[in-house]
Design a binder for this molecule. Structure first.
Ligand code: PEP
Ligand code: MG
Length: 915
């Protein structure tokens, strides 16, 4: 029989699949002997069963009874007992953290009778009624689907009537009145009374949490964060402890290190006399942990000791939620903390320096995506800018954009091409859509651990919170800055600095990031470009980690580059060669006419004349690139695209000539010939038509021209004492025979050039594997080939049978929703399908030709998850766009160190396909 319920004493931190992150870590803390309120976790498996069957498995009911009884025994109280009630919380907890996206119900077990018992036992009547009104509000909204505003309107109405500033002013009598109002709302909205049976409350809350897995906002969040839709959430049912029990109570969130700089120290928010949701919602501004030391030294000291214990145990920065109830500290949650990209590098470096982790581990603690985000430009420190206000820096970056005040504006303006800053009084999970599209997020309320801050950090979105100087009036469409006595309107441009918290008026220019300077110009330049010690620490950390990754990686990293400038940049970024030099752009622009002449030529002489005109130009292209990459391999791909790309558009040309005719103007013979050629070369499915090697075999002169240009460029440079290393690559090979013909042709030309120039030329000749047939017959093709380069762009389209230019917009969204894809297969390799084809091609190729060199040059060569896969299947190199070279170096190092299976990598990266 499936076991659906685990007591906290039963699990551990590695069971996140089953118990969710929160549940697994609660179990870990329980087993470490930390003060965790007793409870149990209902597994993600139970959630999946509920979601697929529409009802809870019967055995779950029975297991929950046993688990409740066990907690009751430990606590010496009974759930919802009229005279001394045990109260419980019901919280979601998925494998991957989804902050604020799913539901929570607190104070389960309170009813019209037990509220009196709680009042008496706690000696605090106000607290008992406050807890009861919170239960009705949360339960009403979450479980009974009542519009949450109805409750908050009642609350604010009462506060306004009595002239109160906030919740703390409310008296016991007020709260009793509010409970009565809330119960009326429940009755009116649902036709039922608020449920009084504690077990019924608990069961309903558990189901509501299960269902909250599929709310819109949870789905949007998962898509963005690459979290698979089919995981489901676990549910944690835990004894309530109360931070709202008056003086000496409170609740807080803290980190063992600063999550935005990595500095160790006391970092966190504390709210007196409050429950957890008050901190995250940012309704009242919080105190710092240093303040807690003054208020309750004993609890503070115990918390600090636990923070150290957790960081030592997890060997990483942890984030922690705690509650103090009447001077007693309780741990409610911990996990390895989310952090900014720069903090990730700095924390890894600090932990190495503290001898808490090894250099190898440091490399696995950062990701290519994090490195990418550090390469973005920042505000120019020397530019003059007008600071209009300041908030708390919550997530770094530099964002410039128009003020928008809600989701709708954010979406509409970004769709119109604008960059926007979402400005809110405070954010709640419903603002997610706006946060996704905005360049930056700015709030007037809330601390660094507020919802806005946590979500923004998770997305790498620039964010400033708690700018109390701002009065945000969504209805009026304005943001009033008190200190400046100035009003800004939606549409006005501002800039926010997520590192300093500053808010600027108007456009602010941005500069290169010092990490980028380090990557392209070296450590000294990177340090010199760093404006402060923090940035120097970051640049040093990136240098240490990236250098260690370079030492450890087995995969060579090349770049895809078609011009000397790109080649130069790629080299600066650490590329060890060019894995794909596409040549088609070399025939566009002014030179398009020359190719047109080749196509239109009626005699061999005409055609040869066109080739002769192209020859010096093409040779010049190669000389520039080989020089830039002197001493490194440059894989030149022979021309690939369909011929029609070099001819005018069929429709446009037909219309142009028809109009001419209609106007009585003369259509020349040349124009008629051109139209005929365009018609002759028109294809229904050009991507599956006359392209790649097929084009070369149809127009052998073109191949000969290109091979000769490569060989002559190489010979010329060699004569100058240089070290050019070109490789010739044939695209879209499907059969060994195609390869034989092209290879023989090329070898003959190379031999001729070698003799003409009197230099030895030994140019590797290989091919791309872009068709399933090539992979299947790789054993035959490999005999005629020095290398294979997997063109995973085409291989994805030909394996799936869909056109990359058409399908993404057509149906990919639906496919994400159905879970056919976790990620676009054009971005991250579909390792089960296309990846298997690559693996087969590599294996068969190598078996037939042990010297065969293997690489990949599709977009996937720069994708983190794909790089791990290519490492695992034993390729020699990946080739990607120059900008992604540093990321590929880091990920190749991580792959060599962690040696994870693709399934594990996919899970680790929160991406998965179900297909
Ligand atoms: C490929 O197909 O993966 C490839 C690199 O070629 P292109 O994208 O130019 O078709
Ligand atoms: Mg291709």
């Amino acid at each position: 029989m499936t076991k659906y319920v685990y007591n906290f004493t039963e699990g551990d931190k590695d069971q996140k699949d089953l118990l969710g992150g929160k549940g697994a870590n609660l179990a870990e803390m329980t087993n470490l002997g930390l003060p965790v309120p007793p409870g149990f976790t209902i597994t993600t498996e139970a959630c999946r069963a509920y979601l697929s069957q529409g009802e809870v498995p019967e055995t779950l009911d029975v297991e929950v009874t046993a688990a409740i009884r066990s907690v009751e025994q430990t606590m010496g109280k009974k759930l919802g007992d009229a005279s001394d009630p045990l109260l419980m919380s019901v919280r979601s907890g998925a494998k991957f953290s989804m902050p604020g996206m799913m539901e929570t119900v607190l104070n389960i077990g309170l009813n019209d009778e037990s509220v009196h018992g709680l009042a008496e036992k706690s000696g605090n009547e106000r607290f008992a009624w406050d807890s009861y009104r919170r239960l009705i509000q949360m339960f009403g909204k979450t479980v009974m689907d009542i519009e949450g505003d109805l409750f908050s309107e009642a609350l604010h109405g009462l506060q306004e009537r009595k002239g109160y500033k906030g919740d703390l002013d409310m008296t016991t009598e007020d709260l009793k009145e509010l409970v009565a109002q809330y119960k009326e709302i429940v009755k009116k909205e649902t036709g039922q009374d608020f449920p009084q049976d504690p077990r019924f409350q608990l069961d309903m809350a558990v189901e509501a949490v299960f269902r909250s897995w599929n709310t819109d906002r949870a789905r949007i969040y998962r898509r963005r964060e690459h979290i698979p839709n089919n995981l489901g959430t676990a549910v944690n049912v835990q004894t309530m402890v109360f931070g709202n029990m008056g003086e000496g109570s409170g609740t807080g969130v803290c980190f063992t290190r600063d999550p935005s700089t990595g500095h160790s120290g006391v970092y966190g928010d504390y709210l007196e006399n409050a429950q957890g949701e008050d901190v995250v919602a940012g309704i009242r501004n919080t105190l710092s942990l240093a303040d807690l030391e003054k208020i309750d030294k004993a609890s503070y000291d115990e918390l600090r000791a636990i923070m150290t214990k957790l960081e030592t145990h997890y060997r990483d920065m942890c984030d922690i939620e705690f509650t103090i109830q009447g001077g007693k500290l309780w741990m409610l949650q911990t996990r390895v903390g989310k952090r900014t990209a720069s903090a990730a590098f700095r924390i890894a470096e600090q932990l190495v320096n503290e001898r808490l982790i090894t250099h190898d581990e440091a490399v696995t603690r950062v990701t290519g995506d994090q490195l990418t985000s550090l390469l973005f430009p920042q505000f120019d420190k020397s530019a003059s800018k007008k600071v209009i206000s300041k908030g708390m820096p919550a997530s770094p970056g530099a964002a410039v954009g128009e003020i928008v005040l809600n989701n709708e504006q954010a979406v509409a303006r970004t769709q119109a091409g604008a960059s926007v800053i979402l400005v809110r009084r405070e954010t709640n999970p419903d603002d997610l859509q706006g946060m996704v599209v905005a360049s930056g997020v700015l709030t007037a309320r809330g601390g660094k651990t507020s919802h806005a801050a946590v979500v923004a950090r998770g997305m790498g979105r620039c964010c400033v919170v708690g700018a109390e100087d701002l009065l945000v009036d969504e209805a009026a469409g304005t943001v009033y800055v008190k200190s400046q006595d100035t009003t800004y309107k939606a549409g006005d441009v501002i800039a926010i600095d997520g590192t300093s918290g500053e808010i600027f008026e108007g456009e602010v220019p941005v500069t290169d990031s010092p990490v980028m300077t380090y990557i392209s110009k070296g450590l000294e330049a990177g340090l010199a470009a760093s404006p402060d010690e923090d940035t120097k620490e970051l640049v040093t950390a990136v240098d240490h980690i990236l250098s260690h990754a370079d030492e450890k990686r087995r995969l060579v990293v090349r770049a895809n580059a078609d011009t000397p400038e790109d080649a130069q940049r790629a080299r600066e970024f650490g590329a060890e060669g060019i894995g794909l030099c596409r040549t088609e752009h070399m025939f566009l622009g002014d030179r398009r006419k020359l190719i047109e002449a080749v196509i239109l030529a009626e005699t061999d002489e005409d055609q040869q004349a066109a080739f002769d005109a192209l020859m010096p130009l093409q040779k010049g292209d190669f000389i520039g690139i080989f020089e830039a990459m002197d001493g490194l391999s440059v894989t030149v791909r022979l021309i690939d695209p369909p011929l029609h790309e070099f001819l005018p558009d069929l429709t446009e040309l037909s219309v142009e000539l028809a109009v001419k005719e209609a106007k009585g103007e003369e259509v020349t013979e040349a124009e008629k010939k051109l139209l005929a050629a365009v018609k002759a070369n028109h294809e229904q499915n050009p991507m599956l038509g006359l392209r790649g090697v097929r084009l070369g075999l149809k127009l052998p002169g073109l191949i000969k021209l290109q091979v000769r240009a490569i060989a002559e460029a190489c010979a010329e440079l060699k004569k100058q004492g240089k070290d050019p290393r070109p490789e010739i690559m044939v695209p879209l090979i499907g059969s060994v025979r195609e390869m034989q013909i092209v290879r023989d042709m090329a070898l003959e030309i190379i031999k001729e050039v070698s003799e003409e120039f009197g230099v030895e030329l030994d140019l590797p000749i290989g091919n791309m594997i872009e068709l399933p047939r090539a992979a299947v017959t790789a054993g035959r093709i490999a005999v005629e080939s020095d290398f294979f380069s997997f063109g995973t762009n085409d291989l994805t389209q030909t394996t799936w049978g869909f056109s990359r230019d058409d399908v993404e917009a057509a149906f990919f969204n639906e496919y994400f929703d159905y879970g056919v894809f976790g990620d676009s297969p054009f971005e991250s390799i579909d390792w089960r399908g296309v990846g298997s084809v690559v693996k087969m091609g590599a294996k068969r190729g190598r078996a037939a030709n042990p010297d065969l060199h293997l690489g990949v040059c599709g977009e996937h060569g720069g994708d983190p998850v794909s790089i791990h896969f290519f490492h695992e299947i034993g390729l020699d190199y990946v080739s990607c766009s120059p900008f992604r070279v540093p990321v590929a170096r880091l990920e190749a190092g991580r792959a060599a160190i962690s040696n994870e299976s693709p399934a594990a990598i996919e899970r680790g990266a929160q991406r998965a396909t179900t297909a």
